[in-house]
Structures are given as C-alpha cells and as structure tokens.
Design a protein around this ligand. Sequence first.
Ligand code: ADP
Ligand code: GLC
Length: 505
Amino acid sequence: TFAPMRIVLASPEAVPYAKTGGLADVATALSKALAGAGHEVTLVLPFYPRSPAVQAAPPPLDAGRPIEIPVGGKRQPGRLLQTSLAGTGVRVVMVDQPVYFDRPGLYGENGRDYPDNCERFVFFSRAVIEAVRVLELNPHVIHANDWQTGLLPAVFQIECRWLPGFEETVVIYTIHNLAFQGQFWHWDMELTGLDWKYFNWRQMEHYGHLNLMKSGIVFSDAVTAVSPTYAREIQTKEFGCGLETVLAAHQKKLTGILNGVDTGEWNPRTDAFIARHYSVDDICSGRPHGKSACKADLQRRVGLPEHEGALLVGMISRLTDQKGLDLLAVCGEDLLKHDLQLCFLGSGEARYEQLVGELAARHPDRVAATIGFDEPLAHQIEAGADAFLMPSQYEPCGLNQMYSQMYGTVPIVRRVGGLADTVVDATPENIAAGTATGFCFDKHEPSELVATVERAARTFADRQSWKSLVTAGMRQDWSWDRSARQYVEVYEQALARRGGAITKQ
Ligand code: ADP
Ligand code: GLC
C-alpha cells in the first residue's frame, strides 16, 4: 500500500538557486523525484539574494510568518519566503536573513571560509525546524544534508522530538562529503544553544572542537552516504577523515544510496546547450551522428584543432586534491605523449588553476583550459568529449561519470566511492561481454593514471571496442526514481523504528 509522506529536505544549496557542487543537483533532483512519486516535499534553503538565478527568477513571496532564532545570546530575526520548483509539485522555502546570506559567496570568498560560518549555519539549521513549526508542515521526515545542517538532528532530538507536530517525525542525515565537517572551536558550542553536557566525545565534540558533521551523524535516526562503496569506505581510516570510529559505531543506521541523474537537465536527446542532439540509436546506426557534430563544435569553441581522430578527453571539476589534481600536476605532460586533446573546465585552488592554465599555454593545440563556472560549457564538454577524466582521491558519489555515460563519453576513473559503483572497467572479458563502460585504476599514483589513459587511447583506436563502451554506457539507467525509492525505504524503516509507522494524517 502506498502511503504518501510529508518530507522536508534541508540543504544549504539547490539548483537553480545556488550551487557550489553536486549537493545542489542532488537536493533538487531528489526533491523532484520524491514529489513525482506522490510525496509532499518542501525544500528548505537559505535565501541568497546575490545569486544570479535568484535575481533572475520572480521574487519569492513572504510567507507572512516571521521567525526569530536564538543564536548564542542573540535572537536573530528571519523571513520565510516561498516559491516552488518550476514544473514540479515541490514547495520551496527560503530563509531570508541578509546579515548571514546577502554575500557574494555561499561559504566564503577568495578561497577563505567566512569566519562566522558556524553562526550562519546554526541559524539556518534552527530556522528549518522553526519553519516546519510555524508553517505547520507536520512532516514525517526531515532530511538534513552535510555539515551545514548537521546541528539540525541534534536540536531536533534534544528540544523537539516530543513536541506537538513532531511526535511522529524522524530525522535523516545524508553525508555528501565527509571531508567538510563543520569543525569549529569549542566556544562556538555557545552558539548552538544546546547544553554543554552534549559537548562530549560521543556526541558533539571531536578532539576538543565542536563538530557539526559528527553531531548530525550521532543524533539522526538514519544516516545515508551517497554511494554504497563510500558508505563502507568512510568506516575505514583511509577515508573516514577522523570520523571512522563514529561511523562504525553507528553502522547499523548507515546505508549507501547512489545519486541519480536529473534527466530533465542532462540528456543528449534534449539538451538545450549542445550543438546537435543524438541518441544511442544514432550512434549505432553507423551514419554521421550528433555526437561528432558536438565534438567539432567543442573543439571550435575552446580553440582546439578540429581533429576527429584525436581522443578528446574532458574534465569538469572543482580544482582540488579531492579530484586528483595532484596527480595531474605530476603527469600532465606525460599524458600528452599520446595522440589526445585535453579540455578542462574548473575553478578552485589557485595553484591548480595555474597548473591547467600553464599546460594549455604550453600546448595550445592540444590543451584547452577554461577557468570558472560555466554550465553551458559543462554540457558541451559532456557531449563533445570522447572520454572524461575523474582520477579522484576519493569520490562520495560523483555525478559527471554518470552524465558522461549518458552522453556516450567514456569515463576514466579511479576505483573509489561512487566511481567504483558506476563504472565497469574495460577488461577484455568485460568488453567481450558488452558490460564495460569505462576505464578504472586503483592506486592513487601518476603512473597508474598515465597507464590507464594509455589504455583508453589504445581502445579508442579500435572502433568496435570503443563503440561497445559508448553504447553500454548510454544504455544505463541513472534515473532518480530508483534512488528515491531507496530513500523512501530508509524513511519508512526509521519511522517504523520510531514506532509511529505512517499513521499520522
Ligand atoms: P562535487 O560535488 O564533489 O564537486 P559532483 O561530481 O557530485 O562533484 O558534482 C559536481 C557538479 O558540479 C557537476 O554537476 C558538475 O558538472 C558541476 N561542475 C563542477 N565544476 C564546474 C564548472 N567549473 N562549471 C560548470 N559546472 C561545474
Ligand atoms: C559531494 C561529493 C560528490 C557527490 C556530491 C553529491 O560534493 O564530493 O562526490 O556526488 O556531493 O552527493
């Protein structure tokens, strides 16, 4: 029997309003998929008045329920603005507080975090719960995401769990990236408004600091990580970022659920940003197809020679160690020993922006580098490249390797996290079986990356094998429905554990 749930999803970012990474895609796509499955979904995020997308959209309406949030000794006022996600049943509530969110960046500027990030997101976490209360959302599930909402489960369990309207509510917490924990000096505990007794090593304290990620993990009814492999990895020292024992201790409530792809945004048959549309059937037909046109278009756009036979390798990424830029720093030149072109799009650490910029300057006919954030170009690279590079140090899920497969662009990845769960290595056996979709390597070492790109270049020269990789990737199903169903299962199990089942109307 289908029981629709009321779900509140709290996220510091969501497309189209604000985005620094995959979390923004996921918050929106998951909300849409849950609403599409018949649930009543409210997405809550901060109101960022400087975001171009927020400025371009019709202004959201004031819900007429002003709030006041205790933050440390202050009471900080806020407004709740309402809108909806275009073309969906998802209600959007934005928490407006200009002191905290009327800024050029989401979390910082010029590579520096805002010094009051703890205060900003203590405010936001409490504001979500207050919004739930004053808007009488009466949810079955409050779903928090990443450190920015890590305080929410703690406030919920400590202050709200037994209040009217919350008796049958559960709190779910999703880890998108364990490396960002919201770790602050101990005196910031005062900002949370919670008793110092919770500042202990089993709950909110971590080696003397306040740790919001840890708080979220400890206090939530269920925890998810964004891929099954990452859910296992984070219980180990190598990937646990110091929280491995906490995660192992809470292992029973931890599940890995793979992200999906918002096929309304990413689909080579309908993508508004690309030169020509194409489908897997076009590629199979043997006739000239849209993907070749997209390749030529990309080469023109980024100023690379229009050379059909060169393996064009794309990379779209935050330029950080996480994404394997440290490997490229060592072996960038070695990669160019093969007949290939490299097309970078990204922004991030200055040293890595410089690195890819210099590589392009030294090899203008082989390497193109665009520094910045460019949504249309991201789509054009996915469509125009032959292969896509993700040599990540760690990767909770990763979205681009899935976008790539949909666009017939073969991913070259390190076998970690979500990359391990979504890419099948092109071993001779897998190619023969038609299951191979990409190239994987294990060790975080430049020589392995070079050898794997070499392997890709060799396979590219063998048209039949390459086509089998391309088409196997394009036939995968990355739709959100499957992941959304798994989240619903996690919600239902947590509700059942709470004893309420879904009885409340
Ligand atoms: P992460 O969240 O760790 O950065 P993901 O792979 O989950 O990694 O998501 C990254 C998202 O951000 C993808 O949608 C990707 O296309 C996009 N992206 C990253 N850098 C850029 C950029 N410079 N321009 C446009 N889109 C980008
Ligand atoms: C994080 C991870 C990325 C994941 C995204 C969305 O930013 O780094 O791997 O895909 O969150 O869950």
